[in-house]
Ligand binder design. Structure first.
Ligand SMILES: NC(=O)C1=CN([C@@H]2O[C@H](COP(=O)(O)OP(=O)(O)OC[C@H]3O[C@@H](n4cnc5c(N)ncnc54)[C@H](O)[C@@H]3O)[C@@H](O)[C@H]2O)C=CC1
Ligand SMILES: O=C(O)[C@@H]1CCC=N1
Length: 298
């Protein structure tokens, strides 16, 4: 269950809550890749005190990223092998096309007692399992950048060696501390990427356009931005607090007969707003599926 403030979601408590038989050690997390997502997850975990900074190791090839990590008080190194030696959970957070070389470099160090968690878009469990020693548990997670503020939406799928009682518990402890988590069959992770993995970008774009609309209608930019962001935040809060109500019902309550909102809704429909958003989700989901065979050229 998601608790927006992340309270009482420390891993040992999760272990007790979900399965009284599971006794979990404090997490030692090793990130391979210290970029934007590592930072978002890590800041969220440190903020919620799910791990101590001394129990976190991060490797990156960029010195500038290692500096950022040292600034967070965690152990930072250019050597991924040191990270794997220390961690109980290895969190793979490099770009998808870098995954094979990064895992080959540490292959001989990975033990069956460790869990590999990959957040890399489009990289299948089978490919990950082929890159680690036999029997090692692997979980694929698709989180999103709101990890940073404890409001992520993450979905995960368990690999063939990962168990519900143990490995799902660990993943829930990590990603549940920084937002909502759901378990899905792996085949749905491309769709998840289209909705929530990439989703924050569409929402930021929408807020930007909403603010621009305000400026177009005469508002000063700072006021337009504040109102646009608050409107998205307040609407999301209402949708969460009325989860049994259809989203169209919430919309209809704003649309007074003959009023301003229905005029705007008509303009949005005339410009295929919903079809455009659905098309964007499909484009991201298709790109996620395609990344298995066509990696990024960049
Ligand atoms: N950015 C997002 O919103 C989301 C990203 N993801 C996934 O997370 C992964 C990371 O994405 P970002 O953090 O956005 O990318 P990023 O480019 O910010 O971070 C990747 C980091 O890996 C480092 N790196 C490159 N080669 C390395 C190596 N051999 N060893 C160690 N580090 C190395 C880079 O220097 C960089 O700092 C990707 O696979 C992406 O698909 C998943 C969900 C959301
Ligand atoms: O754009 C990307 O490929 C990554 C995966 C999900 C969000 N960002």
């Amino acid at each position: 269950m998601w608790r927006p403030d992340g309270s009482d979601l420390r891993p040992w408590k999760i272990g007790v809550l979900i399965s009284p038989k599971v006794k979990m050690e404090p997490l030692r997390i090793g990130f391979l890749g210290g970029g934007a997502m590592c930072e978002a997850i890590l800041r969220g975990l440190l903020d919620k005190k799910v791990v101590q900074s001394s129990d976190v190791w991060v490797s990156d090839v960029a010195e500038s990223r290692l500096e950022v990590m040292r600034g967070l008080g965690v152990n930072a190194t250019a050597n991924g092998r040191k990270v794997v030696e220390k961690a109980s959970v290895i969190l793979l957070a490099v770009k998808p096309d870098t995954v094979p070389e990064v895992l080959r470099d540490v292959h001989d160090l990975i033990k069956q007692s460790q869990l590999l968690v990959s957040i890399c878009a489009g990289v299948p469990l089978q490919a990950l399992e082929d890159l680690v020693p036999d029997g090692v548990a692997v979980v694929r997670v698709m989180p999103n950048t709101p990890c940073l503020v404890g409001a992520a939406g993450s979905a995960y799928a368990l690999g063939k060696n990962a168990s519900l009682a143990n490995h799902a518990n660990i993943v829930e402890a990590i990603f549940g501390a920084v937002g909502l988590t759901v378990r899905v069959p792996e085949k749905l992770l491309d769709a998840v990427t289209g909705v929530s993995g990439s989703g924050p970008a569409y929402v930021f774009m929408f807020m930007e356009a909403l603010a621009d609309g305000g400026v177009c209608a005469g508002l000063p930019r700072d006021i337009a931005k504040k109102l646009a962001v608050q409107t998205v935040y307040g609407s999301a809060k209402m949708a969460m607090e009325n989860e049994n109500m259809h989203l169209a019902e919430l919309r209809n309550r704003v649309e007074s007969p003959g009023g301003t909102t229905i005029a705007a809704s008509r303009a949005l429909e005339a410009n295929s707003f919903r079809a455009t958003v659905i098309g964007a989700v499909m484009a991201a989901a298709q790109r996620s599926a395609e990344m298995r065979t066509k990696p990024s050229p960049f």
